[in-house]
Design a protein around this ligand. Structure first.
Ligand SMILES: [Zn+2]
Length: 380
């Protein structure tokens, strides 16, 4: 009898596990907008670097967003970049990475423990790209739809053993070489300290003001992550503002580095909320569209797009009439490789299969970092 009830329990577990909830996603009918893509010689060297991160954005998240937008043959902006590769994302001694270890890999070229920001697993400080480039006369900017102290942007300026120490991370930002930082996270900053070194923006409308003669800019548009509404700036709004600022800085500076993150694609995937995920992806892809056009106009710019990891184990199961059936495998991150996409001088370096740390070294190789001369860029 005991054995029989055990069998029943096992049977029910099996049935409930194999019968996970599926959802339908309507196939969209938007027409592809073809973007102008210029060709670049492999010997050309970029001055400016733009790194676009889709947090939690695997090939499957891109696939379902493409289908929802314009159907099976639709081309997103990200689909139109001329060079692509695959990225292995594991953290130090862990097949599953978090955003902190992944962003540390891009920012410093080193694998670290999950939760660690630009420190080795032994707590040694690792130099980040903005820190390295500031010695070469570059200006740097960061954009995120999360708080600007969240793991991905923080790895580019903070050195700390926990991504969750956001008050400390905020104070490290104020002493960093970051010239433009836009996102959420007011609650982590001492506002009096911010205004000593940064122009503080808190309203979306300020992004239309002219800051051409001002010093560093910190935009904090929400208490923590940006709660999405028409009153709040999108990733696209903040990225275009940061680009204008950074391009303007190149009058005095040697070039710029910009990292812009669609942070909440990951949050929607953690919630297994496909509708929200597709909405978040739209902002990300519109940002990419503007950046592709920027790169075509400003030919000394290398545009790189990637993800830190896939989130949710999203499966695209089958087509049913004018819809597609999807199912989530987990509420957590997975180890599935992600894509990397590139356009501009140096973009050919991003073809093939690579480790996430290689993105750091490929950026340095593209700008010929070892031969850049020492320089400073005083924005005052
Ligand atoms: Zn996540």
């Amino acid at each position: 009898m005991k054995r029989l009830s055990c069998l029943y329990i096992c049977f029910f577990i099996l049935v409930s596990c194999s019968n996970e909830k599926t959802e339908t996603v309507q196939i969209g009918n938007k027409k592809t907008e073809i973007l102008e893509i210029k060709s670049f010689d492999d010997s050309e060297i970029p001055k400016n670097i733009i790194l676009v991160v889709g947090d939690g954005t695997g090939l499957n998240q891109i696939m379902i967003s493409r289908i929802a937008e314009g159907g099976l043959d639709y081309k997103l902006a990200i689909d139109q970049l001329p060079h692509q590769g695959l990225v292995l994302t594991h953290a130090n001694e862990n097949i599953i990475t978090d955003s902190a270890a992944a962003a540390t890999a891009w920012a410093t070229g080193f694998k670290t423990k999950n939760r660690y920001l630009s420190l080795t697993p032994e707590n040694k400080i690792l130099k980040t790209i903005p820190e390295m480039l500031s010695k070469k006369g570059y200006s740097s900017g960061l954009v995120a739809t999360s708080s600007i102290t969240h793991a991905t942007p923080a790895a580019f300026y903070a050195h700390i053993d926990s991504r969750y120490k956001e008050v400390e991370i905020a104070s490290q930002l104020l002493n960093s070489p970051i010239d433009v930082a836009l996102g959420g996270g007011q609650e982590f900053f001492e506002i009096g300290k911010v205004t000593e070194s940064y122009n503080l923006l808190t309203e979306k409308s300020s992004l239309n003001d002219d800051f051409s003669n001002s010093n560093k800019i910190l935009g904090l548009f929400d208490k923590d992550g940006i709660v999405r509404s028409s009153e709040k700036p999108s990733q696209r709004d903040m990225t275009n503002f940061a680009l204008t600022r950074l391009l303007n800085n190149t009058v005095q500076c040697e070039g710029f580095f910009l990292m812009t993150e669609g942070s909440q694609i990951d949050w929607a995937a953690h919630d297994n909320n496909v509708t929200m995920m597709i909405e978040e992806f739209k902002d990300f892809d519109l940002t990419i569209k503007d950046l592709v056009n920027f790169t075509s106009e400003n030919e000394q710019t290398l545009l790189i797009i990637t993800a830190d990891h896939e989130t949710g184990g999203l499966q695209i199961l089958k087509q049913q009439d004018d819809s597609v059936i999807i199912q989530w495998g987990t509420g957590r991150h997975t180890a599935i490789p992600v894509g990397v996409y590139a356009y501009g001088p140096g973009a050919h370096l991003f073809n093939g299969v690579m480790d996430n740390t290689e993105i750091h070294y490929k950026i340095l190789e593209a700008i010929n970092f070892t031969n850049l001369e020492e320089s400073t860029c005083d924005l005052k």
